[in-house]
Design a protein around this ligand. Structure first.
Ligand code: SAH
Length: 344
């Protein structure tokens, strides 16, 4: 069955008119789904019973059941563990910033990219999430936290460009003026660098922020950390990023997780500066979140600062990411991992 929240307004119109119902009903239903975050047809008060029954028969509503919520005592970050109807579990993070509320969503159940520092990939990929399942993470949190979400980051479990079509549907629904109407400028998608999809994205007229997980300034080191780097070289990623910037005018973010003694030397910083010089970009330095299955630790404060200084001296804009909700294991995939371990 098709997930009703993944449908565009015109797809809903087509279906609803094919049932000999008036076209305007589609917009009403769309608004229930994407503006009022209806979880089923029950509360759709202006929709006739017969149409509700047809919707129920032909579509399914993406449903998330809360298994666990962890609340950070430091900064109000909340981490949600949700169960899907097929009993898979995914996680999403709700963060409060001075300028508003932000949600970090998962795009797949698990991940097949194999990055060596990441907990999300340990059990591999189980399945893709539908667009509706991506949306529902935001809608659910918005309703239950009674919060207007102003920022969305697709940086949870999964590689969004390995689930590109559903990701695009997700983007088009959440930015739809008849729905939540979130500006693309408030949406960030992070990829490990699947270059053909960067080109495809550049050719759409999306206004989102593209973040590239770089983590190393050269291919040799990158291949040690990220198996996907064997398929996509840094040179090709940079070409794709230049094309993206040319087409969209949107500044690209490069993510660089600093791992003690692995990719955090001054030489690494100089090489990164050289690579990015002249590009309109931003570097997000992330002190690595130690994952217990992995033998990595975070670089000390001084080293992180000097890495940042080298970038800045070379005219490259850099920030150090604040570790939100560290006390609740807010690193990718760690809550989900411990859920499966406890079950086993
Ligand atoms: N698959 C996408 C998005 C999910 S990961 C991607 O690779 O970009 C979101 C970001 O967190 C990526 O930059 C990822 O490399 C980084 N990350 C994963 N595990 C981490 C850890 N243990 N510590 C710090 N950053 C991590």
């Amino acid at each position: 069955m098709i997930d009703i929240k993944s449908l565009s307004l015109s797809e809903l119109e087509e279906t609803i008119t094919s049932w000999n119902e008036p076209k305007y009903r589609a917009k009403q239903v769309f608004e229930w789904l994407h503006k009022h975050f209806a979880e089923d047809t029950g509360g759709m008060s202006n929709i006739p019973k017969k149409l509700k029954a047809l919707l129920d028969e032909n579509f399914y509503f993406p449903k998330l059941e809360v298994v666990d919520v962890l609340c950070s005592e430091n900064d109000g970050t909340k981490k949600f563990l949700f169960r899907l109807p097929d009993s898979n579990v995914i996680e999403s993070v709700f963060m409060k910033y001075e300028h508003g509320y932000s949600v970090c969503i998962s795009s797949q159940v698990g991940c097949r990219m194999g990055c060596s520092f990441c907990a999300s990939t340990i059990g591999g990929k189980i399945r893709d999430l539908t667009a509706g399942e991506m949306l529902e993470q935001i809608y659910h949190i918005s309703v239950h936290e009674n919060a207007r979400i102003s920022n969305v980051v697709v940086m949870g479990t999964g590689e969004p460009f390995d689930n590109f079509e559903n990701f695009c549907r997700f983007y088009e629904r959440i930015s739809d003026p008849n729905g939540m109407n979130l500006s693309g400028r408030n949406i960030t998608v992070s990829t490990c660098g699947i270059t053909d999809k960067i080109y495809e994205l550049a050719d759409k007229d999306y206004t989102l922020t593209l973040a590239i997980s770089l983590h190393a300034p050269n291919d040799i080191l990158r291949q040690q950390l990220m198996p996907v780097a064997r398929a996509f070289t840094i040179g090709n990623i940079m070409k794709a990023c230049d094309y993206y910037f040319e087409k969209t005018g949107r500044r690209i973010t490069f993510e660089y997780s600093l791992i003690d003694g692995v990719n955090d030397s001054e030489e690494n910083a100089r090489e990164l500066a050289h690579l990015l010089k002249g590009r309109n970009c931003h570097v997000n330095l992330i002190p690595v979140n130690p994952v217990k299955e992995r033998d990595y630790s975070r670089s000390d404060k001084q080293k992180i600062q000097s890495f940042k200084n080298i970038l800045e001296k070379n005219g490259i804009n850099a920030t150090i990411r604040r570790g939100m909700g560290r006390d609740i294991d807010a690193a990718c995939g760690q809550l989900r991992r411990s859920y499966y371990e406890n079950k086993a």
